[in-house]
Design a binder for this molecule. Structure first.
Ligand SMILES: Cc1cc2nc3c(=O)[nH]c(=O)nc-3n(C[C@H](O)[C@H](O)[C@H](O)COP(=O)(O)OP(=O)(O)OC[C@H]3O[C@@H](n4cnc5c(N)ncnc54)[C@H](O)[C@@H]3O)c2cc1C
Length: 542
């Protein structure tokens, strides 16, 4: 077959959901293209092993441009390159975002994307092991579970955070986001529940769904103002794959704008300067890049309390193999929460993370011994960056300029977060485990603003949530309209986290799954699910 109804580019968080939902109708032919390979590496299923996939062939392994605001450090940005995309490499924390994020999308002109509109899509996906309630669903493809074996150190972190004055929250995706607690995770029976595992795999037997891996889309074919298919390199050969209805871009926040630019859809001046024929002058393609910037701290521990060398202990291996429990089932960032650092903020501005291990430089350097990490990240950055073409070679990486800390407000909030992490670490339930601070090295970051700012500039890293580089919005120059259609071309939509009008407060996998669920309904022309969980909850949460 060389033509399908829908051609989807990218089998990541969004692409797998979309392919599974659209192929529910046996009369609709769907092709899903994935540049990476299958997701059979054992590190995919084992939750705690995710950082072992970094800088392998399952990772796009991006580097950002150096920027003086972050000490001119090219930063490492992992992105999943296999079935499941970044949901096959991520830390599995299940967070939807604050009510005000989606209400903000709606109030900014994206009708149909307010919290009450999107809640039914979150619950439709979900199979929450706690059962259904006003905010949660059961019976959906995506298992959302409590952690099976949180560490005792993590429970001490929670006690320390409470002692520091933060309230407990048993459900960050419920009525209130604020507070600290254990994260729920996208895992089924202790194994990773990527969108490939949860949505795509059960759909693979359908004859109307074709999946091609190691298939890198290089261009959208635009003819007579309409996207008619894509060109892709498959097995070293360029092929044209035609879509009778629509082409759906789900390559993620870096690759989707890159593909649009390569296809002549982007800022006209920029494209002409590179020698690209302009199909549509779309000035915002690649602009408005938003990401969560994080800053971490790490402590040496005075006993064998952490996950240091946990993979070398036979008991831990057995515990996972036999019962899918123990440190191997850990998302590493086991606990954390949401705080407002200023009175009067409508919603939290920082997220907290705790890991019962030293997690330094993306887990890529061996820790010196037992220890633990506290991190924090900025939820609503004012700084934005951009994605542009580095080269006309579609297989070369795009240029990533994150623009971190270009707004000084962001630096001030991160310094507050750094100090809050240190303050929590000083509380007795956690302090009793500490045998000295490993990071930050400088003793006076609590009192000396210059030192604290220097630490943030020198040590901050991505929290892996880039979004909004082909954002939907109501204005003529917004890349997509609120139905995710790319303006200026028929038959082309963006269905991934590039389309977020703004990054959400929290981890981005759940909202991108929600967006793909809603996109499927927009494409099928079905009415949104009627169950408004908030109003019609009948089943009480245990
Ligand atoms: C290390 C890491 C940890 C994270 N931790 C969490 C977490 O704990 N919780 C959470 O909620 N979120 C987390 N995230 C973020 C979350 O996983 C992403 O926001 C989400 O997966 C993005 O979904 P997407 O569909 O937009 O893109 P992706 O899932 O990245 O999918 C894009 C897919 O398209 C493919 N592709 C790209 N270009 C092409 C092309 N030209 N042709 C064919 N295929 C192409 C890619 O290979 C990939 O499979 C993390 C991300 C990372 C990287």
């Amino acid at each position: 077959m060389t033509s399908w109804d829908y051609v989807i580019v990218g089998a990541g968080s969004a692409g797998c959901v979309l392919a599974a939902r659209l192929s529910e109708d046996p009369s609709v032919r769907v092709l899903l293209l994935e540049a990476g390979d299958r997701d059979t590496a054992k590190e995919v299923a084992v939750p705690a092993a995710f950082s072992k996939l970094f800088q392998t062939r399952h990772d796009w392994n991006y580097r950002t441009e150096p920027d003086p605001a972050t000490d001119s450090r090219p930063m490492y940005w992992p992105r999943g390159k296999m079935l499941g995309g970044s949901s096959s490499i991520n830390a599995m924390i299940y967070i939807r975002g604050a009510r005000s994020d989606f209400d903000g999308w709606r109030d900014g002109g994206c009708e149909g994307w307010g919290y009450d509109d999107v809640l039914p899509y979150f619950t439709r996906s979900e199979d929450n092991t706690r059962g259904a309630d006003a905010f949660h669903g059961v019976g959906g493809p995506l298992t959302v579970a409590d952690q099976r074996s949180p560490s005792a150190l993590t429970l001490d972190y929670l006690a320390a955070a409470e002692q520091a004055g933060l309230p407990r929250n048993g459900d960050f995706n419920g009525a209130e986001q604020e507070g600290v607690g254990l994260y729920q995770v996208t895992q089924k029976g202790g194994r990773r529940a990527s969108t490939a595992a949860a949505f795509l795999r059960p759909a693979l037997k359908r004859p109307n769904l074709e999946v091609r891996t190691l298939a890198h889309a290089t261009r959208v074919l635009v003819r007579g103002g309409r996207a008619v298919g894509v060109e892709a390199v498959i097995g070293g050969r360029a092929e044209e794959l035609l879509a009778d209805r629509e082409v759906l871009l789900a390559g993620g926040a870096i690759n989707t704008p890159q593909l649009l630019l390569l296809s002549g859809i982007g800022p006209a001046d920029e494209l002409r300067a590179l020698g690209v024929d302009v199909a549509v002058d779309a000035p915002k393609v690649g602009r408005n890049l938003q990401d969560h910037l994080s800053v971490g701290t790490a402590f040496n521990a005075n006993g064998s309390v952490s996950y240091f060398e946990a993979d070398k202990r036979i008991g831990n291996v057995a515990s996972w193999l036999l019962r899918r429990r123990g440190p191997f089932s850990s998302p590493i960032a086991e606990a954390g929460g949401f705080v407002r650092t200023e009175e009067g903020l409508a919603a939290p501005d920082l997220q907290l993370l705790f890991g019962p291990a030293m997690f330094v430089e993306h887990g890529q350097i061996d820790p010196p011994g037992h220890g633990f990490s506290l991190g924090t990240y900025l939820l609503q950055p004012r700084s934005t960056g951009r994605i542009t073409l580095r080269s006309l070679d579609p297989l070369a990486p795009a240029r990533i300029e994150p623009g971190y800390l270009s707004d000084p407000y962001d630096l001030a909030v991160l310094v507050r977060g750094l100090r809050l992490s240190l303050q929590i670490a000083e509380q007795s339930p956690l302090a009793r485990h500490a045998a000295g601070r490993y990071l930050p090295e400088a003793a006076q970051v609590m009192d000396d603003d210059r030192l604290a700012e220097a630490y943030v500039r020198a040590r901050s890293e991505t929290m892996y949530h880039p979004t909004s580089t082909a954002a939907m919005g109501p204005a003529d120059d917004d890349v997509c309209d609120p139905a995710l259609r790319v303006r200026g071309v028929d038959g082309l939509r963006v269905v991934d986290c590039s389309a977020f009008p703004a990054v959400t407060r929290g981890n981005t996998n759940a909202p991108v799954i929600m967006l793909a669920e809603k996109a499927a309904d927009l494409l099928r022309g079905t009415v949104p699910p009627q169950r408004s969980a908030v109003r019609s909850a009948e089943v009480a949460r245990p």
